[in-house]
Design a protein around this ligand. Sequence first.
Ligand SMILES: [Fe+2]
Ligand SMILES: [Fe+2]
Length: 157
Amino acid sequence: MKKSQYRLEKDFLNYIVHKDYYKFLKEELSKYIQHGNTTVFKHSRDVAFNAYKFANAFHNRFHTSFDFESLVNACYMHDMFMYDWHEKSTEHRLHGYTHPKVAALNAERYCYASDKETEMIKTHMWPLTITKIPKSREAWVLSLCDKATTIAEVFSK
Ligand SMILES: [Fe+2]
Ligand SMILES: [Fe+2]
C-alpha cells in the first residue's frame, strides 16, 4: 500500500530526529553554504528526503527491500566535511575528490556512523572518485539522489 505524503514525511523524520547526534549535525551543517543560499544542512536533508521517496517508490513498484535507516542517516551525513569549501585553502584544494573521506571520518567520529553508512559516504561522489564505487543499493541511491538534488538546487535559484 502506498503511503500518504504526510505519513511519508513523518516516517522519514523518525529515522533521524531521535538520534542523539541530530542537534549537533543540524547546528554544524547549518554553518556552511553548499551552493547559492543552500546550507549544507538543507542540502543534506533534501538529499535524504529525495532518496527516501525514491527508495519508497522503488520498493512499492518492484518490492525491492531497502535499509531505510542507513539510507536516511548516510544521506544526512554524506557532506559532513565541516569547512567552507569556497574558501581558498591547500587543505581542501581538491574538495570534490577528498570531501567524501573527510565526511566519512567526521560521521564516524561525531555521529557513530556504522561501517555501511561510512562506506556509503565514501562512495557518494562516484564516478568523480573513480575507484570508490558504491557497493550497496542504498549507496547507489545516495549517489544518484545527491547529483539530482544538487542539479535541482542549483537551477532553482
Ligand atoms: Fe558531497
Ligand atoms: Fe551532497
